[in-house]
Ligand binder design. Structure first.
Ligand code: SF4
Ligand code: ZN
Length: 289
């Protein structure tokens, strides 16, 4: 079925701004960081937010050192930020942590530590984005999470028996000292809608075929497959999971949240050390063995 291009764009953008309004994602005068991988989701977030908030936005990209894939997405991020006139900063794992992601994975493997690549990557990337946002004086960090991403995260926290993680989900995360709240303007958009929009608006490089070399090992794939299977019988299942979660969330939030400070870096954490320090401590241990 042919899509009516301008009608689709209009509806997509209407949903985007309604999501921002419904969940009060951007407050008056807040300075916004956009976590810009250069893929379809974050590029769409950057493009749309820049239409209203360009003067108080900075795009931040993280280079994990994953080769061709990351080089291509960062080059798309540079193209877009130049085109939109948005300030852009790139931070790398190599410069910050002394190793690229493949280097860290190699080191872990040699030491028979089978922590999943995406776990290491996600923890180190999120922490680096947070550091950058603090350093740049930003109030919120916009990420490209779609409806699918959120439904997957909800399921993953249940599959893993980690319901505390649910407290961190939602369209706008809590304000905690030392942690810049994340906002998700694509919270109610499906991946398919975002891809269609990004292609129609020329926000992604259509010739980009490379993908992260570690993506097939992601635990998230299990949740993705389960959801896609459920979707065969119910097209609305992802939306229902997210809307049910939103209803439950107000009750979850009533539980007081214990926040400690990491003994090593002072970041907010629920344990003795934050997840990033646990990884960095392992790296130090493996290197000095
Ligand atoms: Fe990192 Fe995994 Fe994403 Fe690759 S697929 S960029 S390793 S989180
Ligand atoms: Zn720490």
């Amino acid at each position: 079925m042919a899509i009516n291009k301008s009608l689709f764009i209009e509806k997509f953008e209407e949903k985007f701004w309604n999501t921002i309004e419904r969940f009060k994602l951007v407050k008056r005068n807040e300075r916004i960081g956009v976590a810009l991988s250069g893929g379809k989701d974050s590029s769409t977030v950057l493009y749309l937010l820049s239409q209203r908030f360009k003067d108080r936005m900075i795009a931040i990209s993280i280079d994990e050192g994953t080769g061709e894939y990351r080089r291509a997405t960062i080059s798309n991020a540079q193209r877009l930020t130049r085109m939109l006139g948005v300030e852009h900063r790139v931070y790398s794992f190599k410069e910050t942590y002394g190793y690229t992601l493949p280097g860290i994975i190699e080191l872990f493997k040699k030491n028979n530590d089978n922590t999943k690549p995406c776990t290491i990557c996600g923890i180190l990337r999120r922490a680096l984005l947070n550091d950058a946002a603090i350093e740049l004086g930003l109030d919120v960090l916009a990420v490209g999470h779609s409806l699918e991403d959120e439904a997957q995260s909800i399921l993953m926290s249940i599959f893993k028996g980690n319901p505390e993680f649910l407290q961190r989900l939602g369209p706008r995360s809590d304000k905690v000292k030392g942690f810049v709240p994340r906002i998700k303007p694509l919270y109610l958009h499906s991946e398919k809608e975002v891809l269609t929009y990004a292609l129609l608006q020329d926000l992604v490089d259509k010739s980009l075929t490379a993908s992260c070399p570690f993506s097939s090992l992601a635990y998230r794939n299990t949740a993705r497959k389960a959801l896609n299977l459920l979707e065969r019988n119910d097209k609305e299942v992802k939306k229902k999971i997210v809307e049910s979660f939103l209803l439950l969330k107000s009750h979850i939030e009533r539980q007081p949240r214990e926040i400690n400070r990491c003994k090593r870096c002072g970041s907010p954490t629920s344990g003795e050390y934050c997840s990033r320090c646990k990884i960095l401590m392992k790296i130090e241990k493996f290197v000095n063995k």
